[in-house]
Design a protein around this ligand. Structure first.
Ligand SMILES: C[S@@+](CC[C@H](N)C(=O)[O-])C[C@H]1O[C@@H](n2cnc3c(N)ncnc32)[C@H](O)[C@@H]1O
Length: 281
């Protein structure tokens, strides 16, 4: 793990400053605070039980710094491939793997690829495709991109990207997708204290403030990280839809049926499992 003090060095400590901090660096801190050992273990065991046979060919298409790929590997899954749009997060993942003890050497196939280009970059299929850790709404905004405007355009965009996940899921295979539990229509503002811990010897904590504009279908996430008393803040928008709508989008994208994988209250996301029909389409 990169030292977050180094990772964030040179960026403005003013929470309202114009976004000079890379999201990968902010995420490397707040992701650690969210993904405690207990969180990782609970989440990965739940996935492992639902996935079943350890030999299945698995793609984690939002692998970032490696959660839950590393945990699935520890649980015995051997055929794992990771992809992500963010080269900085893939680099952090590789650095974590390189820092592992010699007895735990593991070098999975990792590639930088957006969901928008997935079938072209990975012209093969997988028994299980993962897009968990509440990533999907960021499809056009994790790395600054052009976001669609208005509900109809946003919904069409989400369905077209989900078609790419359908394309890389093998006939008879399954696509696991996570969505924040707080994405429900009763919410207009949701403040969340993410956690506090010592990172690289210094105190670190994170606070997320999320606002929901259901008319525009835009969620605004203010991620504030404090390290050694200095505050760094970053604002990102994402597309906004609830779990029932995501289920409908998956069917519109070609999946044959969708089921819910119940998650305990302390997991931040709900998970849907979309089944691809048996015949190649
Ligand atoms: C909430 S983070 C999850 C990170 C990961 N679980 C980890 O351990 O770091 C969301 C991830 O989705 C990725 N992502 C967002 N939009 C993407 C896109 N259009 N194509 C591919 N990856 C994308 C981000 O780069 C980021 O790694």
């Amino acid at each position: 793990m990169a030292n977050p003090n180094h990772a964030l060095a040179g960026s403005s400590p003013a929470p309202d400053a114009a976004d000079p901090v890379k999201l990968a660096d902010m995420w490397s801190v707040s992701g650690q605070l969210l993904h405690t050992e207990a969180y990782r273990r609970t989440h990965a065991r739940l996935l492992a039980e639902a996935i079943g046979h350890r030999e299945q060919k698995i793609l984690d298409a939002a692998c970032g710094m490696g959660f839950p790929m590393r945990e699935l590997h520890d649980l015995g899954f051997t055929n794992l491939c990771g992809s992500d749009a963010d080269p900085d997060l893939i680099a952090k993942f590789r650095a974590l793997l390189a820092a592992a003890p010699a007895t735990a050497q593991w070098r999975p196939r990792l590639l930088v690829a957006t969901w928008q280009e997935l079938p072209q970059r990975l012209p093969e299929t997988f028994d299980v495709v993962l897009n968990v850790d509440a990533a999907i709404g960021f499809m056009d905004s994790w790395l600054p991109g052009e976001m669609r405007v208005g509900p109809a355009q946003i919904f069409a965009r989400v369905v077209s990207v989900l078609r790419n996940f359908h394309a890389v899921t093998a006939p008879g295979g399954r696509f696991f997708i996570g969505l924040q539990k707080n994405n429900h229509k009763g919410n207009s503002f949701y403040p969340m204290f993410v956690g506090r811990m010592s990172i690289d010897g210094g105190p670190a904590e994170a606070q997320w403030d999320m606002s929901y504009d259901w008319a525009r279908r835009i969620k605004t996430w203010v991620n504030t990280v404090r390290i050694d008393g200095r505050a760094f803040s970053q604002t990102r928008q994402s597309y906004l839809f609830d779990l029932a709508e995501l289920g409908d989008f998956l069917l519109a994208a070609g999946f044959a049926r969708v089921e819910r994988l119940p998650t305990p209250d302390d997991l931040y996301e709900d998970i849907l499992i979309a089944h691809r029909g048996d015949k190649a389409a």
